[in-house]
Design a protein around this ligand. Sequence first.
Ligand code: NAP
Length: 259
Amino acid sequence: MDLGIKGKRALVTASSKGLGLGCARALAEAGCDLVMNARGAETLEASAQAIRDTYGVEVTTVACDITTEEGQMRVLQQASNPDILVTNAGGPPPGMWSDWTRDDFIAALDANMLTPIALMKACLPAMMEQGWGRVVNITSVSVKAPVPVLGLSNSARAGLTGYVAGTSRQVAGKGVTINNLLPGIHGTDRADALDKGVMEKEGVSFDEARAQRQATIPAGRYGTPEEFGQACAFLCSTHAGFIVGQNVLLDGGATNLSM
Ligand code: NAP
C-alpha cells in the first residue's frame, strides 16, 4: 500500500534499537527522510547507515539524552518542524511500590510524560500552520492494564495519555492527528531485561522465564519491532487522518478488553 508520505520529514526519538528503530525503518520504507536519536552514538549511526543503504532516504542522527532540555533542543534544531513526530524513550525500571522515591517518579515523568509533551508542544504549531501533521507516542499496554512491577511506568504513561486525550481533539481540526501506540511484550532488549527480572525473581532459567511470559499471550509469541513499525507508519499515513486520540494496543491479544 502506498502510505502517501513519501518525502515527508519524520523525527523519531530513541530509535537506534527496538520499537523506535522499527518505526524509523517503516517510515523510511514509506519514503520519509528521518532524524533519529539515541544516547549511544555508535549504534545510532550504524542503524541510520543501514536505513540509508536499504531505503535511500536522508537520515540525520543526533546522539543525546532526549529526556533533557538540552537534548530536546538539539534534536528539534536538526528536525526543524517535522511533518511526523514519533516520541519514544527508555522505560523506567521495574520494582516495588514501597521503594520508589520522589526522584524516581520525577525521572519517570521526565522520560515518559514530560519529554513527549515538550516535543509535541514544539512541533504542533508548524504542523497546524501547514494543515497536516502526524504524531505517534510509543506508550505501553500498561495504560490499559497496569503492570504491578511497573508502577513508575504506569504512573507516567497515564499522565501522557490524559494529555493526549485532550490535546489530540484540540488540534484535529487543523489536519494534525495524535495517537498512542501501546506495545505489549515485543522482542527487544527491554523485553530481555524484563525476562531477566522474572528469571531472578522466580529462580528459573532465562528460557523458562520467557516461556512463562509468552504463555500469557494468545498469539503465543512476542511481537516484533517490524510489525510495530508498520502499524506506526500506517498511523502516520495519509489514510489515517480520521484516527484521532486513540490508544492502539499491539499485544497479541494479551489484554482482554471487551470494549
Ligand atoms: P529498547 O529495545 O531498550 O530500545 C530503547 C531505545 O531507546 C534504544 O535505541 C536506546 O538507545 C533509546 N533510548 C533509551 N533511553 C533514551 C534516552 N534517554 N534518550 C535517547 N534515547 C534513548 O526498548 P524498546 O523495547 O524498544 O522499548 C521502547 C519503549 O516502549 C520503552 O519506553 C518501553 O518501556 C516501552 N515498552 C516496551 C515493551 C516491550 O515489550 N519491548 C512493552 C511495553 C512498553 P540508547 O540506550 O543508546 O540511548
